[in-house]
Design a protein around this ligand. Sequence first.
Ligand code: CA
Ligand code: CA
Ligand code: CA
Length: 142
Amino acid sequence: MEESNYQPESYPSGNNKKKIIVIILAVVALLVGVILFVLLQSKMKPTGEQGQENAGAVNKDFIDSIQKVSQTDKDLDGLSDKDELNTGTNPEKADTDGDGLLDKDEVVIYKTNPLKADTYGIGHSDGWGVRRGIILPDGKRK
Ligand SMILES: [Ca+2]
Ligand SMILES: [Ca+2]
Ligand SMILES: [Ca+2]
């Protein structure tokens, strides 16, 4: 009779089994709760959206600065509308004479005529001369 009641200590009794299942369920429930909590948190404040907001702010700054510049330099060639008015170039055309050099590059760098495609009468445009190394900065020529 004693043998039928014998249960090795390492072998969990029915009662112990239940306890273990309850503990496992509690742990699983806790894990599920933690995962749900994390998911909800990330839904409420997604890190991706935060990054997009920052990128949006950077883009906005960039656009603002472009707009600010374009208010004084409509064609964005580096010469302000006022300077273009003084020079006689078209404030809405970055390359007024269409020679392949920006108005500003002609006025500031190469000292070529921004209203004349072929300043030196070489038979080619100023841009061509610059690309060939014939027209050099500061009004120098080869
Ligand atoms: Ca301009
Ligand atoms: Ca030009
Ligand atoms: Ca020119």
